[in-house]
Design a protein around this ligand. Structure first.
Ligand code: ATP
Length: 357
């Protein structure tokens, strides 16, 4: 089921302080049918509010929500054909796993035998069919989250909404469960919206990501496309581990400068800019390198190593460059020189922070 959001806006008014918060500001996107879409952004950017409006738990201030061809903006949550999974699994502790999964079907008055079969099928899909007789307290966090997902799927929803579903899991389980979510989504083909503040999580499993900041969409696209072609400095900064390196600099006479070092030629006019370079964009070249960094220490990462260094024009305390572990760095040289790969460097106007086009 395709989802269309038309100028969706949510304003929260605080009667006490007489202030307003625009949680979601003119969200205008189309979510293609059968895809896994990530709503990504820092805390407070409006991700959950968007999800709540999709679910019907929150009413928009203005704009429309269209599922397929139907406008569902004012439709009650239970009539929207959605499955919802939250960060806290919200399972009923006194019920067994099976009863928890069957619960939504009781409300829908599905006959007992059919409900049992559907609960089993949903449990099988998330691979917990052996745990049906247990109580939630007898399950691990990852298993509890699977029960919550099965409970959302048992209704056979046409849209699945996941709000930070992995937040309560430890690092290993997060990794495993996110792959599970991808598998389940692919097997069922249900249009799924996945809210997260974790860029790595969104990039690894989503077909497309919507990056938000202060209620406003910054960019939407395939994870690789956004990584390779960020629209503005915020997006460039938000995606990537280790994060992108940002320098202040300028364009002078058709060349990009960081301090007094000329980094690359450019066709753009003279202006002050931010220069962002991905960690993997540095090539060590002590003879002909265009950018000099003061080496601090080296982090061994296995296949690669990360050179941690400093530069007076860097926005962050350190600059990180990832280089192949085979590359030999001179032992006692403090000033290391690098060339920069042209597809790993991005230029942003200093005032607007928009990418130079
Ligand atoms: P988080 O990752 O921390 O959950 P989020 O991106 O999901 O953040 P929202 O919960 O959607 O962000 O909140 C967006 C903005 O709206 C925030 O500034 C928040 O304080 C505000 N907000 C959310 N719910 C309400 C409410 N019921 N009343 C007033 N303001 C609200």
């Amino acid at each position: 089921m395709k989802i269309t959001l038309k100028h969706l806006t949510k304003v929260f008014a605080n009667a006490k302080t007489k202030t307003e918060v625009v949680a979601v500001n003119d969200l205008d996107v189309e979510i293609p049918s059968g895809k896994l879409i990530g709503l990504l952004g820092p805390s407070g950017c409006g991700k959950s509010t968007t999800l709540f409006m999709l679910s019907g738990l929150e009413q928009p201030t203005s704009g429309n929500i269209i599922f397929g061809e139907d406008d569902v903006t004012t439709l009650a949550p239970e009539k929207r054909g959605i499955g919802l999974v939250f960060q806290n699994y919200a399972l009923y502790p006194h019920m067994t796993v099976e009863q928890n999964i069957m619960f939504p079907l009781e409300n829908m008055r599905v006959p007992k035998e059919e409900a049992k079969q559907r609960a089993f099928d949903a449990a099988k899909l998330v691979q917990i069919e052996d745990l049906l007789k247990r109580k939630p307290s007898e399950l691990s966090g990852g298993q509890q989250q699977r029960v919550a997902i099965a409970r959302a799927l048992v209704k056979m929803p046409s849209v699945l909404l996941l709000d930070e579903p992995l937040s309560n899991l430890d690092a290993r389980l997060r990794l495993q469960t996110r792959e599970e979510i991808k598998r389940i989504q692919q097997e069922t083909g249900i249009t799924t919206v996945f809210v997260t503040h974790d860029q790595e999580e969104a990039m690894s499993i989503c077909d497309s990501i919507i990056v938000m900041k202060t209620g406003i969409v910054q960019q939407m696209g395939h994870p690789q496309e956004i990584y390779d072609d960020p629209a503005n400095l915020f997006v460039a900064n938000f995606l990537g581990t280790p994060p992108i390196n940002v320098f202040t600099g300028e364009i002078k006479n058709k060349a990009v400068y960081i301090g007094d070092e000329k980094i690359i030629d450019t066709e753009f006019e003279d202006q002050e800019i931010y220069i962002a370079i991905r960690p993997e964009g540095f090539i060590f070249d002590q003879e002909n390198g265009v950018l000099t960094l003061s080496r601090e220490h080296i982090e061994v990462m296995g296949r690669d190593k990360s050179v941690v260094s400093t530069h007076k024009n860097s926005q962050k305390p350190t600059v990180r460059s990832i280089i192949d572990s085979d590359v030999v760095l001179p032992e006692d040289v403090k000033q290391l020189k690098f060339n920069i790969k042209s597809n790993k460097i991005f230029l942003f106007n200093k005032d607007s922070e928009m990418r130079l086009k």
